[in-house]
Write a protein of this length. Structure first.
Ligand SMILES: [Zn+2]
Length: 311
C-alpha cells in the first residue's frame, strides 16, 4: 500500500523549510560570517517585474491561509508583488529605480501588547489615524500599509477600509511588533524559533481581508540581521526598509517630519511613516505638506509595487 503523497505546494514548502534549516547548521566555512554586512539590493538589481497593469480593482485573495495546525506556511503565488523564491534568503530593498518620478508613501501600523494595554486602560484613544486615511482617500493618493497582525485585530473595520481601496497595498509588519534582533529600540524580543511562524501568521491575518495583497515585509524598527533574514526564507518575501525615514514617531511638531520626508527624497524613494496616531501624532498634519513638497519636486506617490518595479 502506497503512502498518499501530500499536496505538492506543501512538499515544496517543507523542502524549503528543511533547506533553510540545513543552512543554519552547515559547517562554518559555508556560513556567512556573523558580522557580515546585511546584503542590500535595490530593485534595479532584481529581475524586472511584470509589466505594470492598470487593473483598477483589487486582486482576489491570492495567499491561501495555512491550516491552523500546519507548521509550514503556505507558499505565495508568484504573481503577488514582492513574492520571491521560497527557500532563499529574502532580498532587502531600500528603494526602487532612480528613474521616472514615482515614490512610495508607506505607513506602518504598529501594535504591541503594551499599546493594547494603553488602549484598554483608556490612557490612549486610538492607534489608527483616520485623518491620514481620509486625506489619502480624498486626494486619491496611493499608499502602502505595513500592518501588524495585532493592529488588524484591533481595527478590523479600518483594515477593511484599507483593503477596499484599489490605490492601497497591504504588507506585513509582524504579528506583535517584537524585535527580531537583540537590540532594537528597547522592543521586547521574539524567540528565533518563533520568527517564521510569527510572520506567516501575519500574512494569514491580513490575507483574510483581500484587497491588494503583497509579500512585502518590514521588520519592526527596520532591525534585522542574518538570523532574522534566514527565518524569512521559507516565506518567499521581499524585505522593505526605506531610504527616507520621516522620524514621525513621537514627533512634537509636523515641521521636522516634513523636512525629514522631503530632504533627500528622489525618484524611487520609499518614505517610512506611521499611521499609529497616538504614537505618531503629527503625521496627519505633516502629510499635506509632504504631498505638496513631492508635487513641487515633480514626484508622484505610487503603490510600492510600482515604485519597486520597472520605472
Ligand atoms: Zn513599526
Amino acid at each position: 500500500m502506497h503512502v498518499k503523497i501530500p499536496r505538492v505546494p506543501l512538499v515544496a514548502t517543507l523542502t524549503a523549510v528543511v533547506a533553510a534549516a540545513a543552512l543554519l547548521v552547515l559547517p562554518s566555512p559555508l556560513r556567512v560570517p556573523a558580522d557580515a554586512a546585511i546584503v542590500r539590493i535595490t530593485a534595479t538589481d532584481r529581475a524586472p517585474a511584470a509589466p505594470e497593469t492598470t487593473t483598477p480593482t483589487a486582486p482576489a485573495r491570492t495567499v491561501a491561509p495555512a491550516a491552523p495546525e500546519a507548521t509550514a506556511p503556505a507558499a505565495p503565488a508568484a504573481t503577488v508583488p514582492g513574492a520571491t523564491p521560497v527557500g532563499t534568503r529574502p532580498p532587502v530593498v531600500d528603494h526602487g529605480p532612480r528613474t521616472g518620478n514615482k515614490v512610495a508613501l508607506t505607513f506602518d501600523a504598529d501594535m504591541t501588547d503594551a499599546m493594547r494595554y494603553q488602549l484598554r486602560s483608556g490612557a490612549v484613544r486610538s492607534y489608527a489615524n483616520l485623518k491620514i486615511i481620509d486625506l489619502l482617500e480624498r486626494e486619491r493618493v496611493p499608499a502602502t500599509f505595513f500592518l501588524t497582525g495585532k493592529w488588524v485585530e484591533q481595527y478590523p473595520d479600518v483594515t477593511r477600509r484599507l483593503a477596499a481601496n484599489p490605490r492601497f497595498e497591504l504588507a506585513n509588519h509582524t504579528y506583535g511588533h517584537l524585535a527580531f534582533t537583540p537590540d532594537c529600540y528597547g522592543l521586547p524580543r521574539i524567540a528565533e524559533r518563533e520568527m517564521t511562524a510569527d510572520v506567516a501568521r501575519t500574512f494569514d491575518v491580513v490575507a483574510a481581508y483581500g484587497g491588494r495583497q503583497t509579500r512585502y515585509f518590514r521588520f519592526p524598527g527596520l532591525c534585522h540581521d542574518r538570523k532574522a533574514l534566514a527565518a524569512l526564507a521559507p516565506l518567499g518575501v521581499t524585505v522593505v526598509d526605506g531610504d527616507v525615514v520621516s522620524g514621525d514617531p513621537f514627533a512634537k511638531s509636523w515641521r521636522p517630519v516634513v523636512r525629514a520626508s522631503l530632504d533627500g527624497v528622489r525618484p524611487g524613494s520609499v518614505i517610512v511613516l506611521h499611521v499609529t496616531e497616538a504614537n505618531a501624532p503629527m503625521t496627519d498634519e505633516a502629510l499635506p505638506h509632504i504631498l505638496a513638497g513631492l508635487a513641487e519636486r515633480g514626484l508622484v506617490p505610487a503603490p510600492l509595487s510600482e515604485v519597486l518595479g520597472v520605472g
